[in-house]
Write a protein that binds this ligand. Structure first.
Ligand SMILES: [Zn+2]
Length: 239
C-alpha cells in the first residue's frame, strides 16, 4: 500500500503545483487591468481639470471684450468733457461716466475671480501631474513584471503538466480513479499525512485501531470524518 501511495503522493504534489500556477496565472490579467484603470483614472482627472480651465477661459473672454467696450465709453466721455457748454450736459455726462466706472469695477471683479479659480486649478493640475509622473514608471514596471511572470508560469506549466501525465501512468488505476473522484469534490489535498493519529486534512483524531492499520499499511485507509486518503511516516514496529 505504501509504495502505491508514494506514487499518488508524488502525483498530488505535482498537481498542487499546477493548481497554484494556474490560479496565479488567472489573477495576472485582473492585476494588469487594475493598473490600467489606475492610469486611465489619472489621465481622466487631468482632462477634467483641463476642461474646467478652458471653461473658465471661455467665460473670461466675453468679459474682456465687455471691459474693452466699456473703456471706449469712458474714453469718449473724457473727450466730450472738453467740449461741454452747459451744466445740464455736464451732469448727464457725469452720470454716464459713473455708470461706466461702476460697470468697469464689476467686470474687473468677475475677471479676477475667474483668474483666481484658474490659478487654483493649474496648481492642482501641477500636483496631480507630478504624482502621476512619479507613479507612472512604477505602474509600468509592475505591469511588465506581471507580464514576465505570466510568461514564466506558462512555460513552467507546460513542464509540470508533462510530468503529471507521466506520473498518472505510474499510479495504480483504481487508486487513481478514487483520487480523481475525490479531487472533484474536495478543495485542496486528497492524500494527507496522519501522524500521531491526527488527520492533517480535518485535524481530527482518528480511532487508534485505524491508525495502527495505517502504520501496518496493508490496505487503503480513509479518514472517517473527511474521507481523505491517509498515510503516515510512522514506521511499523513489525517491519
Ligand atoms: Zn480527516
Amino acid at each position: 500500500m505504501k509504495t502505491l501511495l508514494e506514487d499518488l503522493i508524488a502525483l498530488q504534489d505535482v498537481e498542487v503545483k499546477i493548481f497554484k500556477a494556474e490560479s496565479e496565472l488567472e489573477e495576472i490579467p485582473k492585476k494588469i487591468e487594475e493598473i490600467d484603470s489606475i492610469i486611465v483614472a489619472r489621465k481622466r482627472a487631468l482632462e477634467t481639470i483641463d476642461e474646467e480651465i478652458s471653461a473658465f477661459e471661455e467665460r473670461k473672454r466675453p468679459l474682456e471684450a465687455e471691459l474693452e467696450e466699456n473703456q471706449s465709453i469712458l474714453d469718449a466721455a473724457d473727450a466730450r468733457v472738453k467740449r461741454i457748454k452747459t451744466n445740464k450736459e455736464y451732469l448727464a455726462l457725469q452720470r454716464e461716466g459713473d455708470i461706466a466706472k461702476r460697470r468697469k469695477v464689476n467686470i474687473e471683479e468677475q475677471i479676477l475671480s475667474l483668474m483666481e479659480k484658474m490659478e487654483n486649478r493649474l496648481k492642482g493640475r501641477e500636483r496631480l501631474q507630478k504624482s502621476f509622473n512619479d507613479d507612472k514608471g512604477l505602474l509600468e514596471e509592475k505591469k511588465n513584471q506581471l507580464l514576465a511572470r505570466s510568461d514564466t508560469l506558462k512555460s513552467s506549466l507546460k513542464g509540470i503538466k508533462r510530468k503529471a501525465d507521466k506520473l498518472r501512468k505510474t499510479v495504480d488505476p483504481s487508486l487513481l480513479a478514487k483520487y480523481d473522484k475525490m479531487r472533484q469534490n474536495k478543495k485542496g489535498l486528497v492524500v494527507v499525512p496522519c501522524d500521531n493519529g491526527v488527520c492533517s486534512g480535518c485535524h481530527m483524531h482518528i480511532p487508534p485501531q485505524l491508525f495502527n492499520e495505517i502504520i501496518k499499511g496493508d490496505r487503503l485507509i480513509v479518514c472517517p470524518l473527511c474521507q481523505r486518503i491517509l498515510y503516515t511516516s510512522t514506521k511499523s514496529k513489525t517491519k
